[in-house]
Structure formats: C-alpha cells, structure tokens
Design a protein around this ligand. Structure first.
Ligand SMILES: C[S@@+](CC[C@H](N)C(=O)[O-])C[C@H]1O[C@@H](n2cnc3c(N)ncnc32)[C@H](O)[C@@H]1O
Length: 281
C-alpha cells in the first residue's frame, strides 16, 4: 500500500483502493469527476450556510472542489479537506493554489480516527462519508471535530435502485447480475441511503435535528458517447475483467449503445438521486 499511515484496520482495504489505483484514476480524471457532480454543489453549500469566518471541515474531499468553494465563502475563515488519497490531494492542493486560495488546507488522513482539534463549525461532504468501515465510530469522531451547535451538510447517494446511472452501467456491463446493489451495511456509495438507519447512526454519534432533503440531478459522463465510454470503461472495466473475450466485447458494445441512447445537447446524462442530510452537532 502507498504512504498513508494511521488508518483504522476496518478502512485498510478502502485506503488501499483510494490511495492506490482508484485514487489515481480519479486524480487523472479530476475535471470529469468535479464536473459530473457539480449540479449538487450549490444546494450542498447553501445548506451548510457558510459564513465569512466559518471553519469548514470537508470529509472525503477528493480533488477538493467543494473545499475550494467552501474556502471562497469563508474568506476570513478556514477550510480543511481530508481524504485517504495522496493522488487526489495532490490535485486538490494544486487547484487551490491556482485559484489563489490561502485559507484552504488538505490533509491525508482517515477521517474515522484522526484526532481533529474540535474547532470546526461546519462539516460538509460531497459523497465522501459512505465508505467508513465502522460508521458509528467515524461519525462520533466527526462530531468530536465540531464545536457545539456546528452545522452539518452531507450529500450522499440514495439507494442503488433509485440511482439510474448505476443501474444503467451495471445493467449494460452485467445484464445477468441481480440489480440489487451492495449489501446495505457494507461501505459503498449507497451505505447511507436508508433514512431510518442513517438518522439512528447520526443521532447515536451526537448529532441532532437530522433532516433529509431528496435531490435529483442528471450526472454528466462525457461530452459525447465516445468520451463517456472511454471514461466509464476506465472506471467500471473491472466489473467485466474476468469475462472471456467475446463476453467482454458484447458488454462493451452494450455500454456504448446505452451511452449513445443517453446523448443530449448537454452531454451524456444519466439520472441520479441523492439525500442532502443536514444536522447540528
Ligand atoms: C466518491 S469520492 C468523493 C470525492 C469528492 N468529495 C468529490 O465529490 O469529488 C469519495 C472520497 O472519500 C474518500 N474517503 C473514503 N473513506 C475515507 C476515510 N475513511 N477518510 C477520509 N476520506 C475517505 C476517498 O478517498 C474519496 O476521495
């Protein structure tokens, strides 16, 4: 595994992936990833109600798009982005520097166990808090990073079944696979999709006034089907890596056809559904 230390045992596999090949792919395609989810950014940041002097913690910040946007709003305050991936954080630092931001920092650490100084009054995340191996410990740790009454705004995916982008990709690549998604208690993009379980989790970790707002926006996977195909094959090709050559080619053709069918004047778009979770410490 690459350089990260101090990772909880329950997050070692995640760290190996995000601080390894997955993170490298995200770093290389940073523009793509930052743009594809951008439709959610204004609502996430508005819900966080960031003030000029806010101290913002952005968990699972990746290449730092929301950290930069938070830092711009907290011009006399501070924004700290934390993530497991050295590669993504290198991009985050370079982009913050090119944007001329002096009030933003990034740290490679496991947010589940890192001992924060308890001074943050805003906690935000754009799809970065669903991958903890021990989510109860992770959210208790995040609560301890915050001052009393701090404001929380988290964007997380709703269930696999409600996220057409994921169903379409898996359905095209592996049409025989059951379209059920990962087990709900496993770390995955859909780990916080269940409102009841997530409310209990957050309240148990010390948060209050937990509220959910359903948001839906299309995700953009490329300017056209060719670009989206190259991107998605890089991202999801592992799903068909074990197939024989004929089956793999057929899967690739289905993926290409599905993407061509979703080409619009604004690029290749697939629908997504998220929760915007707000809470107070
Ligand atoms: C789906 S990506 C989202 C990245 C970014 N927020 C964005 O929207 O582009 C999830 C991120 O969470 C990070 N992550 C996962 N588990 C983490 C942990 N235990 N501590 C810190 N970051 C973590 C990953 O490294 C990855 O960058």
């Amino acid at each position: 595994m690459a350089g990260i230390t101090g990772v909880a045992e329950s997050n070692e596999a995640m760290a190996e992936s995000w601080d390894g090949d997955t993170g490298a792919f995200w770093a290389e395609h940073a523009d793509h990833f930052e743009r594809s989810g951008a439709a959610y950014d204004d609502e996430l940041l508005a819900a966080a109600d960031i003030r000029p002097d806010s101290r913002v913690l952005d968990v699972g910040c990746g290449t730092g798009v929301t950290t930069r946007k938070a830092a711009q709003r907290a011009a006399q305050g501070q924004a700290l982005g934390v993530d497991l991936s050295a590669q993504m954080l290198a991009v985050a630092r370079a982009r913050a520097e090119s944007a001329g931001l002096s009030n933003v920092e990034f740290m490679q650490t496991d947010a589940q166990v890192h001992q924060f100084d308890g001074s943050f009054d805003r906690l935000i995340s754009r799809t970065g808090v669903m991958f903890f191996g021990e989510r109860d410990k992770a959210f208790a740790n995040l609560a301890s990073a915050l001052v009393p009454d701090a404001r929380v705004a988290l964007l997380v995916w709703r269930s696999f079944g409600e996220n057409d982008w994921m169903r379409q990709i898996v359905g095209a690549l592996l049409p025989q696979a059951p379209l059920t998604g990962p087990p709900p208690d496993a770390p995955s993009p859909f780990a916080l999709a269940d409102r009841g379980t997530t409310t209990t989790l957050l309240e148990g970790a010390g948060f209050r006034d937990v509220q959910f707002q359903g948001l839906e926006h299309p995700l953009v996977f490329g300017r056209d089907a060719d670009e989206a195909y190259a991107f998605l094959l890089g991202l999801s090709g592992w799903m068909i890596a074990d197939l024989d050559e004929d089956a793999r080619r057929a899967a690739e053709e289905r993926l290409r056809a599905m993407l061509a069918a979703h080409e619009t004047a604004h690029g290749v778009q697939l629908d997504s559904a998220a929760w915007l979770i707000t809470a107070r410490r």
